[in-house]
Design a protein around this ligand. Structure first.
Ligand SMILES: C[S@@+](CC[C@H](N)C(=O)[O-])C[C@H]1O[C@@H](n2cnc3c(N)ncnc32)[C@H](O)[C@@H]1O
Length: 384
């Protein structure tokens, strides 16, 4: 297999990360050392090693890749009669553009354990689904009883608003506590945006989601479990909540629907790398020709803003271009002030949006941005 790493999702958890996650789990799910544990896709075995170091010796593992184990086994073929008190690990994640990294129910139709034994509801109608979701759903059928837990590293996108609704619904039928943990470290040999999610039934956190983020300091927030369908990515959730921008939202100044603009990937004069050279409207130009361009995607440039000539400039496809509401379209000073303000506070946009693959922002992130305008005589300037 040429692209084995992508197909099988082979990103191995660093041992110190697994150790940190197991310590965290122990704070929320209290187990004796003789419980039955499953690591359903153990890779190079970092979780199993750490579990054993923590005194948990009754650990079973599956790993499909014969290059990683002498006894390869497919988790989707593990008999459902095998039950566990804790299922923990880092399942493979589907890469949206790698066809073979998805889970296909049809692949298991001839075997003894059929997908219909664990794939539920609307998802049964689908020809394929994300493999991490299939791991969650099957794991739920392997749990011993109501004190059992699942603790998985998951792509951070799992907790994006309205995503994976069916799987979240199924989880809520079984568990009344969710812990979502994220920190600012790299957990694998590549920086994949992910989190550690514990699905359990903690008497202390009945119907609660505990959101945790660490970046030197530890931040914790406890919210109602019904919030599971909203965006509960720890980093962005806590940042949005704690950094309150005040003043008027940019939706007062900008039209809600971004403009169509001259776009070329290869022959453009404006891209994320030079947009910051375009923050002023040339003195002899018509203010109304200049619109606000904000980089919407791209790790290094997201949130950078400039004023582009909508008639002449050609941009690559990384931008939202916003038109100004009519009272402000002729106000070159205000346009330049808003553009400068966005650039000075770009950190805000960077922090509220952490997505899989690349960082991207929604148009509402720009429109909801708040600015306080002050004026001295004719001059307008902005502050937070
Ligand atoms: C993201 S890696 C994580 C490995 C390990 N859990 C860790 O934390 O380092 C996912 C592992 O799942 C394995 N895998 C993929 N599909 C599998 C399946 N159906 N059954 C068992 N293992 C599988 C891959 O070979 C890979 O080693």
């Amino acid at each position: 297999m040429d692209n084995k790493k992508a197909v099988l999702g082979q990103y191995f958890t660093k041992k110190e990360v697994a150790s940190n996650l197991v310590s965290l789990l122990k704070q929320y799910a209290h187990y004796s050392n003789d419980i039955k544990v499953l690591e359903p896709s153990f890779g190079k075995g970092s979780f199993i090693e750490v579990l054993k170091e923590n005194g948990l010796n009754n650990v079973k593992g599956c790993e499909i890749d014969p290059e990683l184990t002498t006894q390869p086994s497919d988790f989707f073929e593990l008999p459902l009669a095998q039950k566990f008190d804790l299922i923990i690990g880092n399942p493979p994640f589907t890469k949206y553009n790698v066809k073979d990294s998805y889970y296909y129910p049809a692949r298991y139709s001839a075997g003894e354990i059929k997908s219909t034994h664990y794939i539920i509801g609307e998802l049964r109608k689908k020809a394929k689904m994300q493999v991490e979701n299939a791991f969650i759903l099957k794991s739920m059928q392997h749990l011993s009883n109501e004190t059992s837990s699942i603790a998985f590293i998951l792509p951070i996108s799992f907790f994006i608003k309205n995503k994976n609704k069916e799987v979240k619904k199924a989880l809520l039928r079984r568990f009344h506590t969710i812990v979502v943990y994220q920190n600012d470290r790299v957990w694998f040999d590549e920086p994949i945006p992910c989190c550690f999610a514990i699905f359990t039934n903690s008497p202390e956190f009945h119907n609660k989601i505990v959101i945790l983020f660490e970046d030197g300091k530890k931040v914790k927030e406890i919210i109602d479990i019904s919030e599971v369908y909203s965006e509960i990515i720890p980093r962005s959730f806590l940042y949005k909540k704690n950094v309150k921008l005040s003043g008027e939202s940019l939706s007062k100044f900008l039209k809600p629907k971004p403009l169509k603009y001259h776009k070329s990937y290869s022959e453009n004069n404006i891209s994320g790398s030079n947009i910051l050279e375009r923050t002023k409207i040339p003195i002899d130009a018509v203010s109304e020709d200049y619109k606000l361009a904000v980089v919407r995607v791209g790790n290094g440039s997201v949130g950078k803003a400039g004023l582009v000539n909508i008639k002449k400039d050609v941009l690559n496809d990384m931008f939202y271009v916003f038109d100004f509401e009519s009272p402000y379209d002729g106000d070159r000073n205000l346009k330049e002030v808003l553009c400068k303000f966005l650039n000075e506070n770009r950190e805000y946009l960077l922090n509220i949006t952490f997505r899989v693959g690349s960082k991207s922002i929604k148009k509402s992130d720009v429109l909801d941005f708040r600015v306080t305008l002050h004026s001295t005589g004719k001059q307008v300037y902005a502050g937070l």
